[in-house]
Design a protein around this ligand. Structure first.
Ligand code: CA
Length: 235
């Protein structure tokens, strides 16, 4: 079980992450300020740390410095939009990845999993790959292999396809996709359709891959290739 320490002072973010990470089987611990974060880190020895940079008391960058004195535990820093300079400093100090608020819990779960996998070679293997037919989604590289083509996926396309491939044949509603992928950001849903359209074009390169079906008025569903007859169902 992957042990995650969330150092974050905003309850809304902590609660959303606890739900998303708990649902995905992570062992979640939290700290609401920098000093508690350092203490929990030393006591728990987590596999991954999610670290907000703007904290009461001891600042995120100082927490990161102290964590780095203990070794190479993956740290994903969370910044506000106006903190680019701090992100650069954090990466120089050895942070592994960063996200900017507002972020989606689903995207973050994928990143935490990828960070944990990178740091523990024994648990690597196939766990970061989802494969359906000749479509392969690689979570450690944010890449989609579709037939003989390789596409680096933008984050939101990756998150969308990850959700759909995790539940083939099941409908994902527009509301749930918007909430999970766009999180707090979404205002209008047109960009969901645009992202689906782009994914469909990429999936068309696979001869025996799945296709994304529109369920009118409801959402989207990933349909498996009709391998019984070897028929290709994309148009
Ligand atoms: Ca904060």
């Amino acid at each position: 079980m992957i042990k995650v320490l969330i150092v974050e002072d905003e309850p809304a973010y902590v609660e959303a992450l606890e739900v998303a990470l708990g649902r995905d089987g992570f062992d979640v611990h939290t700290a609401a300020d920098g000093r508690t974060g350092v203490a929990r880190f030393e006591a728990l020895q987590p596999d991954v740390v999610l670290l907000d940079l703007m904290l009461p008391g001891l600042q995120g960058l100082d927490v990161l410095r102290l964590i780095r004195e203990h070794g190479t535990t993956p740290v994903i820093v969370v910044s506000a939009k106006n903190q680019e300079a701090d992100v650069v400093t954090a990466l120089e100090l050895g942070a592994d990845d960063y996200v900017t608020k507002p972020y989606s819990a689903r995207e973050l779960v994928a990143r935490i999993r990828a960070a944990a996998r990178r740091s523990s070679p024994t648990s690597s293997g196939q766990s970061g790959l989802r494969q359906i037919g000749d479509v392969v989604l690689d979570a450690s590289r944010y890449e989609l292999r579709s037939g003989s083509e390789l596409f680096p996926l933008p984050r939101k396309e990756f998150a969308l396809l990850e959700i759909l491939m995790s539940q083939p044949g099941q409908i994902a509603t527009r509301a749930s996709l918007l909430e999970e992928v766009w999180g707090y950001e979404w205002q209008e849903s047109k960009s969901l359709d645009q992202h689906i359209r782009r994914l469909r074009r990429k999936l068309e390169h696979a001869a025996t891959g799945p296709q994304i079906t529109t369920v009118r008025g409801v959402g989207y569903r990933l349909d498996l290739p009709d391998d019984g007859e070897g028929r290709i169902t994309n148009s």
